[in-house]
Design a binder for this molecule. Structure first.
Ligand SMILES: [Zn+2]
Length: 476
């Protein structure tokens, strides 16, 4: 009985095991038959925006006897430049497999910041703080909190740059707010000069400065100026800083008559113009007396270097001689440093002479003559500008066509000076001589020079508007 029971149990177990094996085999066979032909590494692919996709690389395994070249891949749906979910279609043996692909942005924005130093009342713009944002998607920049920028002081604030995918980068910056009540300043307000109907740059030479604003604004009010009419006018300037502090300045503009003096050609008449440069000096009185004795007229081109003798300028003028301007300082380095420097100096000597004779003479002689090359050392091309500019401003310059050579050294022998001074055969002669303490031999030579030209029938004249105008020609 017992043995039989045992036998039965054994039999049943065998049957169960048999059934189990059959099920396993059947299931495996079913699975084998229904296996997908394409197996993917992942069933959901994430790709970083703007990177490239490689659909073939997502395949783990191809089942059966197929190869990659048997598969048709369509990834046209995927827009790698745009965040979103897409599908890649793989087709093999009329079977379609879809692989979901998501274009993502996992990178945080990068950017630069700078601290703000502004005035109370100025608008705070985040773009003044945040710059050079680097990210693959669109970003927005904003303040993390609603900060109060309407109060003085230094505060630390957080700025945020967020991209389309929601990635955020936060940074802390300082915003310093100062109440500015200081007015801006304006410098360089020297007088302007312009010819009638000329062009003028009202901002010429001006510099606006402020304690806070690096670029204060200058407003020009030239409504008082009439460029078509000679005269002296006032130009007003209002300088404003970024906080609205204002300061008002003004300067003079001189509109000059456009009197262009013209050079006069030589005439057929025998005329000699004796000219004495560099005076007045201790010799001026002696020269005047000799001219008086022979009853002849001459011209003195004076400087500001012998002002002790300035009364002789007046005396010479009252005796019918001509006074011309030769510069105040006679210092090449100064007078030829720029056009402005030359005219500043010319203005000075003009005023000095005016004190003696009541007006500013318009006859001038350039130190070294208009042909001098020394000026090039201080300002290239200056003489070219000056020769026309002096005439535009109503002056006329006189070089010479005869030279006593008394400038070649101090106290040159009288005979040498006479010889050189009496060589000219020109109809109109402008003779260069000098009037300084060191040129006493010029004074001694003078009677012989006068007698020579008197014998030849020359008239002695002081320079006037009808005098011929010797011009050397410019070398700078
Ligand atoms: Zn001189």
């Amino acid at each position: 009985m017992k043995l039989r029971l045992k036998k039965n149990i054994k039999k049943s177990l065998l049957i169960f095991a048999g059934i189990f094996i059959v099920i396993i085999v059947a299931f495996s066979a079913f699975k084998m038959l229904n296996k997908p032909l394409i197996q993917f590494k992942k069933d959901y692919v994430k790709v970083e925006i703007n990177e490239s996709i490689d659909p073939a690389s997502y395949i783990e395994k191809i089942n059966g006897k197929y190869q990659l070249s048997d598969i048709q891949i369509d990834s046209s749906q995927v827009d790698i430049k745009k965040l979103g979910q897409y599908q890649i279609k793989y087709t093999l043996k009329d079977k379609e497999y879809d692989l979901p692909v998501e274009v993502v942005d996992t990178q945080k924005p990068e950017y630069k910041t700078k601290n703000l130093d502004i005035d109370l009342g100025m608008k705070v713009d985040i773009s003044d703080i945040v710059s050079d944002i680097q990210d693959q998607t669109k970003t927005k920049a904003y303040f993390k909190k609603d900060y109060d920028f309407n109060k003085e002081g230094n505060q630390k604030v957080w700025v945020v740059v967020e991209d389309e995918a929601g990635n955020k980068t936060e940074k802390e910056v300082e915003v310093n707010i100062v109440k500015d009540e200081e007015k801006p300043e304006l410098t360089g307000l020297h007088d302007l000069t312009v010819k009638v109907n000329g062009e003028v740059d009202y901002l010429s030479g001006l510099t606006a400065k402020d304690n806070r604003d690096p670029d204060p604004q200058i407003e020009v009010d030239s409504s008082q100026v009439d460029l078509s009419k000679a005269g002296t006018y006032t130009v007003k300037y209002t300088v404003k800083d970024r906080s609205g502090n204002e300061n008002v300045f003004s300067r003079q503009i001189k509109v000059l008559k456009k009197v262009v003096t013209k050079a006069v050609p030589s005439s057929e008449e025998k005329i000699i113009y004796l000219t004495f440069d560099d005076g007045p000096s201790e010799n001026t009185k002696k020269i005047i007396d000799i001219l008086d004795k022979y009853n002849v007229k001459a011209t003195f081109f004076v400087t500001g270097n012998g002002q002790k003798y300035n009364k002789y300028i007046k005396e010479a003028y009252e005796k019918g001689h001509t006074i011309g301007l030769h510069t105040y300082s006679h210092n090449y380095k100064e007078v030829y440093s720029s056009m402005d420097a030359y005219f500043d100096d010319l203005n000075k000597i003009g005023q000095m002479v005016k004190e003696q004779i009541g007006f500013v003479p318009k006859y001038i002689r350039f130190p070294g003559g208009s042909s001098n090359t020394k000026s090039a050392k201080y300002s290239k091309g200056l003489m070219t500008t000056l020769v026309s500019e002096v005439q535009n401003r109503g002056y006329q310059y006189y070089d010479w066509n005869a030279d006593s050579t008394d400038a070649a050294g101090n106290n040159r022998p009288v005979s040498v000076i006479v010889k050189n001074a009496t060589q000219s055969k020109a109809k109109n002669i402008n003779l260069l001589m000098h009037d300084t303490a060191a040129k006493s031999t010029t004074v001694e030579a003078l009677p012989k020079i006068i007698e020579h030209y008197q014998k030849l029938g020359y008239t002695f004249k002081g320079i006037d508007d009808t005098s011929f105008t010797p011009h050397h020609g410019v070398n700078n």
